[in-house]
Design a protein around this ligand. Structure first.
Ligand code: ZN
Length: 718
């Protein structure tokens, strides 16, 4: 027996002794109903590392087999085989992402810190596989003569462009450097997110006296009391350092001193000069992104990011933002003048003399709203019960797309607060699953979002979608309905729009399915859905008073409608300032210049003429959209771009005679909600609307003057 042979036996024995794949529940094929469901009941944080490592190794083996296939490259043996590869990896990372965003314990964060650069290196290893890339490129080059369907051509293009854009054509040291940059960026993104989460978790303002609560409505008080109790401060009230705690406090609290305190704490996240300060991390991210763009042959990171978007260039995105910026700022000055007049009138009656500051904006806006429109948000909230609004989004999806929902019990969940529904079509055929994770908890990122656990596909037999909606509502006392704001209800329609985009997907290949579309198109279906919140059909059925069960009165709805253009100056400027700073940061960054994020933010906003009463919705040090990953970097403008589409698309329903017009709904399903990324988004839109979008509808929606050249609807946004 040769020595080599002995070594082989020893290696086999070692493999057998190592925990086998079947023992790690994260790797196993999902068992249970509906083609399998995520095994949340079996997840142990300690299993993630081994599962990820095994899944990556297996995926690389599969990819190696595709790359080294001796047969001539064709769609089936290359592109389709690539779609088929990495199933265990998809399963593990789906659960890993859920933990990262909703169950981020100290234990999990340790795993994440260790795994982030490894996962980045793994992705690089795939896109830098020369043999694989040359096969993909060969299939793409032969696309017009090899009998591919339009969807197959689109997928071949997507794979080819993804590889090229990730550096597949780089050689030698440039290639090596690219890998280093991506791994370092992955670590920095993790650090940024963890710092932000820590700043949100660690600063809690405990109010001890009844007088500290002056102005706060009952629902806010109850939420704050419950939040204090779960943190071991029974009998007090906790104002958390999150958006869902901060916003109602700043809107209602009569205590100007406490408003300022809450405002300062919230808008200082990531910028406290302590161990969780994000500024140095941001400077390094910007440098590395600029260097990577240069390596790939792009002028800036922004040019690289926008190339495969609907906007195509930073210049076109900037054009749209600038077209909206000036009217929005002009509106802010009017809003501030109204608020100042109110504050002055109060001073005349013996109140304190004040000048409107950023921590006063929401408070006085709410009072002007009451005075000018006689609309009290507090009068609206009792009609907006979380569970009724959930029923509303279901009913709406039934009217528009024929979907039905029924609770699915016995499906494992990652936390007891989460509930699951089975989604079927009008004929009762299974469509997918919807998980709902509504409440805030420690370790869960703030805000609201949709997540796809499994993508729809048909090419290898039907695979159905699993999606979730996540929010941070403050859980009230047991048995009491959770009352939410008009904006929160709007967010529910929004996130459910993303969920529907996933659920209604009907494509062959998973990489093209559901919400896997261009960044500036992905918010279009979700923002469009927001429009249904205020239709009478919804309000009369679901906006029911939590005590009397009576629908919201018509007069109140009329007031909401009249007030809908109110405060649009604030909303637009708060958002656009962030979108402009994002784009300008990524246009200005170079590989060898260190940008001071605070100075850049200050100077850019001054140059733009930012009203002093408003700050960016996400200040640079807390701008998770653009610094906790690449996906929204140089892409925060996407919300405005998509809203331009959504305002224009909503008018299609209005023109046709109503929110449930069957023909328009069918065109929307056929050309937007079911097509994923199988068609270029501009073409998708044209097919739905019969023309390109224009900005006139957006300006009307926000109550801004419609530019003369834009009164029609024939030009593309920007
Ligand atoms: Zn969204």
């Amino acid at each position: 027996m040769s020595r080599i042979r002995l070594l082989v036996i020893a290696a086999t024995a070692m493999l057998a002794a190592a925990p086998s794949r079947a023992e790690n529940p994260l790797l196993r094929k999902w068992a249970g109903p509906y083609g399998g469901v995520p095994p949340f009941d079996k997840v142990k944080v300690s299993d993630f590392k081994a599962a990820l490592e095994t899944a990556m190794a297996e995926n690389l083996k599969e990819i190696d087999a595709i790359a080294k296939n001796p047969a001539k490259p064709d769609f089936e043996n290359t592109i389709a085989a690539f779609e088929r590869a990495g199933k265990p990896y998809d399963r593990v990372t789906a659960i890993y992402r859920i933990f990262s965003s909703t169950m981020s314990t100290d234990d999990f964060q340790k795993v994440e810190t260790e795994m982030a650069p490894k996962l980045a290196a793994f992705t690089d290893q795939i896109v830098q596989n020369k043999e694989l890339f040359s096969r993909i490129a060969a299939v793409y080059d032969a696309r017009e003569t090899s009998g591919l369907t339009p969807e197959q051509k689109r997928l071949a293009w997507l794979d080819d462009t993804t590889f090229v854009r990730a550096g597949a054509r780089l050689e030698g040291p440039a290639r090596q450097r690219m890998t280093e940059i991506n791994q370092r960026l992955a670590s920095l993104f993790t650090k940024f997110s963890q710092n932000l989460l820590a700043d949100e978790k660690d600063y809690v303002l405990y109010l001890e006296k009844e007088s500290d609560l002056a102005g706060l409505p009952g629902g806010v008080r109850a939420g704050a009391a419950a939040a204090a109790e779960t943190r071991g401060h029974k009998g007090q009230w906790a104002i958390l350092n999150t958006r869902s705690s901060m916003e109602p406090f700043l809107t209602y609290s009569d205590r100007r001193d406490l408003r300022e305190k809450v405002w300062r704490t919230y808008y200082s996240r990531g910028n406290n000069g302590d161990g969780k300060d994000n500024n140095a991390t941001i400077s390094e991210i910007l440098k590395l992104r600029a260097e990577r763009a240069k390596l790939l042959g792009y002028a800036t990171h922004a040019h690289w990011r926008l190339e495969n978007s609907m906007a195509k260039t930073p210049e076109r995105a900037m054009e749209l933002m600038e077209a909206v910026w000036k009217p929005a700022v002009a509106r802010v000055h009017e809003e501030v003048a109204d608020m100042q007049a109110m504050a002055d009138a109060e001073a005349d009656k013996g109140g304190p003399k004040i000048t409107i500051e950023p921590w006063d904006y929401r408070y006085y806006a709410e009072r002007v709203r009451k005075a000018k429109y006689d609309l009290d948000q507090n009068a609206v909230t009792p009609y907006l019960q979380l569970e009724k609004m959930r029923e509303a989004i279901f009913w709406n999806a039934g009217q528009l797309f024929g979907l039905q929902f029924k609770p699915s019990t016995g499906v494992p969940v990652v936390h007891p607060d989460i509930r699951v529904w089975e989604v079927t079509d009008a004929a009762g055929k299974h469509v997918g699953l919807w998980y709902f994770d509504p409440y805030a908890r420690p370790g869960k990122q703030s805000g609201a979002w949709m997540n796809a656990y499994r993508n729809q596909s048909k090419f290898d037999g039907a695979v159905t979608t699993i999606v979730s909606n996540n929010a941070n509502f403050v859980k009230g006392k047991p048995g009491e309905p959770v009352l939410i704001s008009w904006d929160d209800a709007s967010t529910m329609f929004h996130e459910f729009g993303h969920a529907l985009h996933g659920l209604l997907s009907s494509v062959n290949y998973p990489s093209l399915s559901g919400t896997n579309v261009a960044r500036d198109f992905v918010e279009f279906p979700s923002q469009l859905l927001e429009h249904w919140e205020s239709v009478p059909e919804i309000l009369n059925r679901f906006a029911l008073h939590y005590q009397t069960g009576k629908p919201i009165p018509k007069e109140l709805v009329d007031k909401i409608d009249r007030a809908s253009k109110f405060n649009q100056g604030f909303i637009t400027v708060e958002y656009l300032a962030g979108a402009l700073v994002d784009m300008k940061l990524h246009l200005a960054a170079t590989p060898d210049k260190t940008i001071d994020p605070q100075a850049f933010e200050r100077e850019t906003l001054a140059a733009l003429g930012m009203p002093k009463e408003i700050v960016m919705r996400h200040r640079t040090s807390q701008f998770a959209h653009i610094f906790s990953g690449d996906s929204y970097s140089a892409g925060y403008y996407s919300y405005l771009w998509s809203d331009t589409l959504s305002a224009d698309a909503w008018e299609a329903f209005v023109e046709a005679g109503g929110p449930y017009d069957k023909t328009v709904a069918k065109r929307l399903l056929d050309n937007v909600f079911s097509t994923g990324n199988t068609i270029d988004p501009a073409e998708d839109y044209r097919k739905f609307r019969g023309r390109d979008p224009g900005i006139a509808a957006l300006m009307r929606k926000r109550g801004f003057p419609v530019p003369v050249a834009q009164t029609g609807g024939t030009s593309t946004p920007g």
